[in-house]
Design a protein around this ligand. Structure first.
Ligand code: HEC
Ligand code: HEC
Length: 342
C-alpha cells in the first residue's frame, strides 16, 4: 500500500512537472513568435525573378576570379560557402592583398535584410554584387566595360547567359552578372533547429537553449536582433550605453553610417547584423575585433543594454545562438566547374 502511494505521488508529480514545463514552453514559443519568424525557403525579389538557369549561372559567377584585376579574386575568396559564407579573417583581403576596411559578413541569408553592408550603403544583393566589381578592395576592375569584355572572352558564358536571360539580344552585361549572382544568393537560406521550434516543435531546443532564448528576449537583445534573421531589420548605434571601443580593442574607430549620411545622429550607427550561423562566422563585429562569441555576447549586454551578464547567462545565450547554425544544402556545399576560354 505504502509502496503504491509512493509511486502514485511520484507519477503525478512527474506529470505535473511535465505539464508545467510544457506550459512554459508554450509561453516561450508565444513570446518568441512575437519577435522572430522561421526562415523562408528563398528570399524573393520583384525586380529579379528566380529561375533555375539564372541561379545556376549565379553560382558559377560567384566563383569566377577572371573578372578581377589580379585574376585571383572571386566572391568565394571572401565568402567561402563551405565555411558558412565568411572568411575567418578580421578584415577581408581583396585583389593584390588589399585589406578591406571592415570584416566580411556571411552571404548566407543575407538577401533577407533591409539593405546590405555594415553601414547599409548597398540597396540589395544585386546592387552589392555589381558594385563589388569596381571596389578597390575587392575585384578592382577598371570599368564595367572591362568586366563585360572579360566575360565575353570566356566562351562558355555565351550559352549560360543566353539561357539565364532568354529574351535579351546581348545578355552578357554587368547588370545581368549582378542579377544572376543575386538570384543565387536569394536561395542561400539555412534553416536550423530554431525554425523547428518556431514551427511548434518545442522540443527542438534543449533546456539550456530555451533558457538562453528566454534570456535573449527578456534582457532586450531581441529588441534589436529580431525577424527571421535575428537582425538585418534596422540600424542602431554600436555603444548605446558606453563606447564600444572600451571593450572591443578596436584599432580604429569607425564612424559607421555617419560616413555615408553625414548626419550627426548616425555616428557609430550600424545595421543590426543577423545572428543566423553566428557561431560559425568569427571574428565578430564590423572590425572583426572580437574572436570569441561569448565575449561578443558579454560586450553586447554591456554596451547596448548596460548589463553585466552572469557566466551562466552567457553560457545559456551562447547555447541558444548555436541553435541558429543551419544545415548547408548539398548545393551550397559543392563548387561548380567554371567555363573555359574556348
Ligand atoms: C575582398 C573580399 C571580398 C570580395 C571579393 C567580395 N566581398 Fe562581399 N563583402 C566583403 C566585405 C569586407 C563586406 C563588408 C563591407 C562593408 O560593410 O563595408 C562584404 C559584404 C558583402 C555582403 C553584405 C552582407 C551583409 O550582411 O550586409 C554581401 C551580400 C556580399 N558581400 C556578397 C558578395 C558578392 C556576391 C561578391 C562577388 C560579386 C563579393 N561579396 C565579393 C568582402 C568581399
Ligand atoms: C540596441 C540594439 C542592440 C541590442 C540591444 C543588442 N545588439 Fe547585438 N548588435 C547590434 C549592432 C548595431 C551590432 C553591430 C556592431 C558592429 O558594428 O560591429 C550588433 C552585433 C552583435 C553581434 C556580432 C555580430 C557579428 O556578425 O559580428 C552579436 C553576436 C550580437 N550583437 C549579439 C547580441 C546579444 C546576445 C545581445 C543581448 C545581450 C545583443 N546583441 C543586443 C545591436 C544590438
Amino acid at each position: 500500500m505504502k509502496v503504491k502511494n509512493f509511486f502514485t505521488i511520484l507519477l503525478s508529480s512527474a506529470s505535473i512537472f511535465t505539464y508545467s514545463s510544457y506550459a512554459s514552453d508554450v509561453e516561450l514559443l508565444k513570446q518568441a513568435r512575437q519577435y522572430f519568424s522561421p526562415l523562408p525557403e528563398v528570399f524573393p525579389s520583384d525586380n529579379n525573378p528566380l529561375t533555375p538557369e539564372k541561379i545556376k549561372l549565379g553560382k558559377i559567377l560567384f566563383y569566377e576570379p577572371r573578372v578581377s584585376i589580379d585574376g585571383a579574386t572571386s566572391c568565394s575568396k571572401c565568402h567561402p560557402l563551405t565555411l558558412y559564407g565568411a572568411d575567418g579573417l578580421k578584415k577581408a583581403q581583396g585583389n593584390n592583398g588589399k585589406i578591406n576596411p571592415r570584416n566580411a559578413p556571411t552571404v548566407l541569408n543575407s538577401a533577407g535584410q533591409i539593405t546590405q553592408h555594415w553601414r547599409g550603403d548597398r540597396k540589395d544583393v544585386e546592387d552589392q554584387a555589381k558594385r563589388a566589381l569596381l571596389g578597390k578592395g575587392s575585384f578592382g576592375a577598371p570599368s564595367y566595360e572591362w568586366v563585360e569584355n572579360k566575360l565575353k572572352s570566356i566562351k562558355g558564358y555565351k550559352e549560360l547567359f543566353k539561357k539565364a536571360f532568354p529574351n535579351e539580344k546581348d545578355p552578357i552585361t554587368v547588370d545581368n552578372f549582378a542579377k544572376a549572382i543575386g538570384a543565387w544568393e536569394r536561395t542561400l537560406s539555412t534553416p536550423s533547429r530554431f525554425d523547428k521550434f518556431l514551427n511548434g516543435y518545442v522540443n527542438a531546443l534543449n533546456e539550456q537553449e530555451k533558457r538562453g532564448l528566454k534570456k535573449f528576449i527578456s534582457i532586450g537583445c531581441a529588441s534589436c536582433h529580431q525577424g527571421a534573421l535575428l537582425g538585418g531589420t534596422m540600424y542602431q548605434k554600436f555603444g548605446v550605453v558606453e563606447p564600444y571601443w572600451k571593450y572591443t580593442k578596436s584599432e580604429k574607430i569607425d564612424l559607421g553610417r555617419y560616413s555615408v549620411t553625414k548626419k550627426e545622429e548616425d555616428k557609430y550607427v550600424f545595421k543590426v547584423p543577423p545572428l543566423r550561423n553566428i557561431a560559425k562566422t568569427a571574428p565578430y563585429f564590423h572590425d572583426g575585433s572580437v574572436w570569441s562569441l561569448k565575449d561578443a555576447i558579454k560586450i553586447m549586454a554591456k554596451v547596448q543594454l548596460g548589463k553585466d551578464l552572469s557566466k551562466k547567462d552567457i553560457e545559456d545565450i551562447y547555447a541558444f545562438l548555436k541553435s541558429l547554425t543551419g544545415e548547408l544544402s548539398e548545393d551550397i556545399k559543392t563548387i561548380p566547374v567554371l567555363p573555359s576560354y574556348n
